[in-house]
Each structure stands twice: as structure tokens, then as C-alpha cells.
Design a protein around this ligand. Sequence first.
Ligand code: SF4
Length: 395
Amino acid sequence: MKEAVAGELSAAYDSAIVQKVRANDYRHETGRLTIHLAREFGFCYGVDRAVDYAYQARRRFPGRNVFLTGEIIHNPHVNDRLRDAGIRFLSDAGERRDTLGADDVVILPAFGVTVGEMAQLSLQGCTLVDTTCGSVLNVWKNVVRYAQDGFTAVIHGKVKHEETRATASQALKYPAGRYIVVLDHAEAGIVCDYIRGSGNRDVFLARFAGAMSPGFDPDRDLAHVGCANQTTMLMSESLEIGEMFHVAMRERYGEDHLAEHFRAFDTICSATQERQDAVLDPLGHERLDLMLVVGGYNSSNTCNLARICADHVRTYHIADPESMRSSNEIHHRPVGAPSTTMGREETTRDWLPASGPLVVGLTAGASTPNNIVGQVIQRLERFALEQPGGLPLEP
Ligand code: SF4
């Protein structure tokens, strides 16, 4: 039904302005304003496919209840449009999983669901539309292999993120399967210190409570480890963490026995990598006054794009065009804020230089559709050029 929904998708998510900027070598100039758009931004192939399948599922099963297990992607606009199209969210208040049955259709999101959720929905006889991204499946394949061979999966990710929970559950398919989730360098360093023999068992267990497989024993379960990652993490950090474990295991077991104790595979998602690489281009070659990064505050890959930019230039991570309230007020998520403060916003005043040439870099996370990026361009243009009333926003 791909062709049947193509028009609907295009009307909902495409943007004429974005197409124009792309055609103009990713540059948009108007008056004193120049915008440099990253060459890779917005919907990745996995999200594109998941949204497409959701619309197709709605058409394919008319008259039946069609559910999503939760947010299809971390973008409120896309989720709300799906609700408007008649798709129900099992995560919404009042929805129940236990009453689902053979008449119900359930769409699984791009970042996948846990082994337990999948088994339960199958047991209830639901028709499943699985949009799990191939790059996520690649991570799972490696985690399963680790479990089969008695290696603990060390997952660089956010322990509460749906994808990381799904990936961790893959490790438990086999009796010898174990996992531990590390968020960043600091946590990886604690685990590496333990591998080298300098950690305290009780402190370790307290620190990683909730981030390890049930019954995790660091003295037993860190003897064989394999690295994996949540696909939307900062890729440079995933690689560095992999190297930290490589070094720690080599020091602990010696080069000759390293292969018996340590494994790593490339589980980096190319779309995430491309977006993170692409943002460095305008940062490295253009004089920017500021950078705008557009995407949901709970979108891991958007937060990481903002982290990269903030190392180079004043950066605002905004959820949508309306976050730019006026030419002197912007609402944004503080870059680098811990994931426990996902929804917290800050307000900055006088964010837009009032006169003189203005050069702005722009990118968007993998869950941000082009129409939102287009609206950001229009609104920025309006404020930069101080046109009272402004231009009409794209739908
Ligand atoms: S970010 Fe990568 S792994 Fe995640 S849905 Fe997009 S392409 Fe797939």
C-alpha cells in the first residue's frame, strides 16, 4: 500500500522550503540572514519506513483497531498526526494491553520492543506490524551471539530508553546471557576499573542497580564481555567506550588471551553517524553566530547532535518552531542536561543578534520531519528580518 499512502505522507511531512534549500547547496540567504543546513538531517531510513508502515497499516486494516505500543518515534507532531489518523497508543491513559486479541493490529516501533512484550502480543493473537529498524536488528544479532557464547553484553545506552531495554532483553534469550548498560565514559570507567581488579563489589552493585541483568555478578560476569550500543548514542563516545573495554580486558587477561574474553562488532547506525558527521561541516567551515538543533527533548540522537554543536558554537536545542517565541525569546532544552530532566526547558532572552549579518547553522534529529524544519526556517526568517506579521507558516 506504499503508493496509496505516498500522497498523504508527502502532504504531512514534506516541505517546499527545505527542498529549495537543498537544491541551493544547503544554503538559504535572505536579507541579512544566511542559514547553513546540515547535509544530512531529519528522518533517517528507519524512521521513514516506520512512519510509512504505520500509515499503510491504517489503510490495510480498515475497521480494525490499530495500535502502537507507544511513541513510534520521539516527535510529538508525528505522534499526534498518527493519533489523528485513528491509530491508538497503548501508552495513552485508558488503553489496555491485556484485552488485546486476534482482531487487533499492533505496530511495533523502529526501536523495537522487548522479547517479553513481543511474546505477550503474539500469545494474545494480535496481528503485528513490525517496523523494527534493520540497524537495531543488527545490534540484537550481536547481543544474541554474545549470549550464546557466554559473553556479557556491555551496552552503551540509556537504561530507560525503549531501544536499550529491547536490546538488553535479547541477552536474556539464552541462560548464559547477561548485560550491563553504561551511560557514558564515567560509567564505562567504573566497569573497566572493576575488570582491572580495583573496584568494590557492593559499591559497584549499588551503582548499576537497575542497569544489569537479574543476578548479575561482576566477578563472574565481567570475565567475558562484548560491546554493543544504542544506535542513537554519540558515535565517537561509543567507539571510545569500546576502546576502554578493549584496553581493560587486555590489561586483565593479556594480549594472547584477549580474543577469549573480549569482542566488539560495528553496531553503529550509519544514519546516526552521517547526521553527526554532517553537522561538523558547517561548524568547521562557516562562521556561525548560533546553531539551531530541532527535535524532541526525549530524542536521544537530537540531544547528541546538540552536544556536538555546543562544543563549537552557541547552540539551542528546540522542540519545534514555536520554541522561538520572538526575536528576543527562545525556549530550549539545556544541552547536556541529564535524561532525568528530559522535559525541562530554559528560556533565553536576546538570543538573536538584532542587527548586522546573521549566520545560523541548522540541523534536525532523525525523528524530525521536513515540514517542521521548513517552519523553523520560515520563523527564523521572520524574526531575523523583523517582518511584523511575518510570512505564513507551512502547514
Ligand atoms: S536512528 Fe538508525 S537505528 Fe534508529 S531508526 Fe534511524 S536508521 Fe534505524
